[in-house]
Design a protein around this ligand. Structure first.
Ligand code: PEP
Ligand code: MG
Length: 596
């Protein structure tokens, strides 16, 4: 029976494929594809893990105190039986063979299948055995995690894309951590759906950077959709259609072909300069997560990298952080791939929804960060680890010997942070001079993403060479809305007059001071905002490479002289979105004023 599930559209287009469900286990497991030649060793890893668990359970049984209740022994026997049952380990092995999942993923996929079978059982006693299966699987996952260090790391770095099957696959999960999204970056999935998440959560941002349809905040999706169901992901409307009728399928296949044609048409703009109708030149830069993204950015016609989110280099490493030389090589690779175009490298923005570690169940229990978005994040984290921070600064500075590099600092708000940051930059430079290592002149910029920074532009403009507006966080912190929380996503409103005022004032003040200003938040890649940002005076936009062509098209059709006349009117309106549509898009508003 056809079913529809609604969520927030975060990446456009249509994907059609078979559902791969990633179960939300209480133990956070790695999900990655292994290569065909790793299947045997992965099965061996699973077998070894199973043997370790079996020995643990047998030891527990043997060493049970005399006064322990009799049921405990019986329970351990049940767990041992389950552990050796073909429905668990045999079927798990099959996921590894057929789909090339890593052992942990295969186990959690099989747990999902078994859990549903138990849920459908009539008999109460049997239904409750589900908890036993879950406990056995969690025990096995913990054992694999303890001994699986090298396998996880190699899976992440090789980005194994082993699945060589014919059928297109789409991923359905309760949640996907940004670190896991990164591993899926080179994988086979044609689309993503998650139960949780907001439009500018980092999971959504990575999905968008992959340029495949994605929906987040679809609440019930991972409960309603089953392994191997056929689904359509409509990334424009935010709808997932499960088990579609042939007619609906045909309609969506048609739409897929149409958007493919549109993409090809837009790709022809690659070498066309981004100039408005009235002759204003606009710089279109790329946001990247890894050095491997840089060639794609160059090929898309980016004028440089406006935001390299360096924290992604620090993920999926099982606790070890990249050293100076490893970081330097990564930055140098990005710089060289851009062939003389500038690369803006942001120092790590760790914290909030981008945690470094995959957490074990024990750490989950002891997690005590109360409010991660307001906690030790980004520059706060870097300043709390000064030697790590200087190591990153040295690595970035060293890359500048191979092409133009700019340094960007996230989440600054305080005068003291500015002073400390610039002191660390000066010390890192001195250390390089002392070591005789070359580096070039590097402009230093500040992200404007905390309202306090936007309100203190003269201070920032005195200390920095350029600013870059991070609208994702600026909206989160101005409107007090967790950008990753789908429960308040209806309040995440980039059209809110307070946001537009902060963005417009920041642009105006930077221009007046003769300093560079760009927008690198998701607003820059949303063509609905292009004319307004141009009218505010913005001439530098940084976005996912896949968005460059459509933003360019919008720029080619814009006249900044005409648009400028409307800015005051729009900004002073109670409902800027409605006013914008009347004045610029020539449409009377149909949307109710969201934030009125
Ligand atoms: C932003 O906040 O707008 C931004 C570009 O940084 P990030 O999305 O990585 O927080
Ligand atoms: Mg930010």
């Amino acid at each position: 029976m056809t079913l529809q599930v609604f969520g927030l559209p975060v990446s456009r287009g249509v994907a059609i494929g078979k559902a791969v469900l990633v179960a939300s286990s209480r133990v956070d497991v790695a999900h990655y594809f292994i290569n065909a030649d790793q299947v045997e060793s992965e099965i061996e890893r699973l077998r070894e893990g199973r043997d370790v668990v079996a020995r643990e359970l047998e030891t527990l049984k043997r060493e049970m105190p005399d006064d322990a209740p009799g049921e405990l022994g019986a329970l351990l026997d049940v767990h041992l039986l389950l552990l050796h049952d073909d429905a668990l380990t045999g079927a798990t092995k099959q996921w590894i063979v057929d789909r090339h999942y890593n052992a942990e993923w295969a186990l959690s996929a099989q747990l999902e299948v078994l859990a549903r079978q138990f849920d459908e059982m009539e008999d109460d006693y049997l239904r409750e055995r589900k908890a036993d299966v879950e406990q056995v699987v969690e025990r096995l996952l913990s054992v694999l995690a303890r001994g699986a260090t090298s396998a996880i790391a190699s899976g992440a770095s090789h980005g194994g894309s082993g699945w060589g099957g014919e059928e297109p696959l789409v991923l359905i999960a309760n949640d996907i951590a940004p670190a896991d999204m990164l591993q899926f970056k080179q994988s086979v999935f044609k689309g993503f759906v998650t139960d949780v998440g907001g439009k500018t959560s980092h999971t959504a941002i990575v999905a968008r950077s992959m340029d495949i349809p994605a929906i987040v905040g679809a609440r019930e999706a991972s409960r309603l959709i089953r392994q191997d169901d056929w689904v359509i992901i409509d990334g424009d409307a935010g709808v997932v259609i499960v088990d579609p009728s042939p007619m609906v399928l045909e309609e969506y296949r048609f739409r897929q072909r149409q958007s493919e044609l549109e993409r090809e048409r837009l790709a022809r703009l690659r070498h066309t300069p981004a100039v408005t109708l009235d002759g204003e030149r606009v710089e279109l830069l790329a946001n990247i997560e890894l050095p491997q993204d840089a060639p794609g950015a160059f090929a898309a016609g980016a004028a440089g990298v406006g935001l390299f989110r360096s924290e992604f280099l620090f993920m999926n490493r099982n606790g070890s952080l990249p050293g100076e030389d490893e970081q330097f090589e990564a930055y140098r690779a990005a710089v060289e791939a851009m062939q003389g175009l500038p690369v803006t490298i942001r120092t790590v923005d760790i914290g909030a929804d981008k945690s470094l570690e995959r957490m074990s169940i024990n750490e989950l229990r002891h997690e005590h960060t109360l409010n991660p978005a307001l906690g030790l994040r980004a520059i706060r984290w870097s300043l709390s680890e000064p030697s790590m921070f200087r190591m990153q600064l040295r690595a970035i500075l060293r890359a500048s010997a191979y092409g133009p590099v700019k340094l960007l600092i996230p989440m600054l708000a305080h005068r003291g942070e500015i002073r400390q940051t610039l002191e660390q930059v000066a010390r890192a430079k001195q250390q390089l001079r002392d070591a005789g290592l070359p580096f070039a002149e590097v402009e230093v910029g500040a992200m404007i993403e905390v309202p306090a920074a936007a309100l203190l532009m003269p201070l920032f403009l005195r200390h920095f060479d350029f600013v870059s507006i991070g609208t994702n966080d600026l909206i989160q912190y101005t409107l007090a809305i967790d950008r990753a929380d789908e429960n308040v996503s209806y309040l995440y409103d980039p059209w809110h007059p307070a946001i537009l005022k902060l963005v417009s004032d920041t642009i105006a003040q930077a221009r007046l001071a003769g300093k560079g200003v760009s927008v690198c938040g998701e607003m820059a890649g949303d063509s609905a905002f292009t004319p307004l940002l141009l009218a505010m005076g913005l001439r530098s936009f940084s976005m996912h490479p896949s968005q460059i062509a459509s933003i360019k098209q919008r720029i080619l059709r814009s006249d900044t002289q005409k648009l400028r006349l409307h800015v005051h009117d729009i900004l002073s309106s109670e409902d800027p979105h409605a006013r914008y549509r009347e004045l610029v898009d020539g449409e009377p508003s149909r949307t109710p004023a969201l934030a009125a």
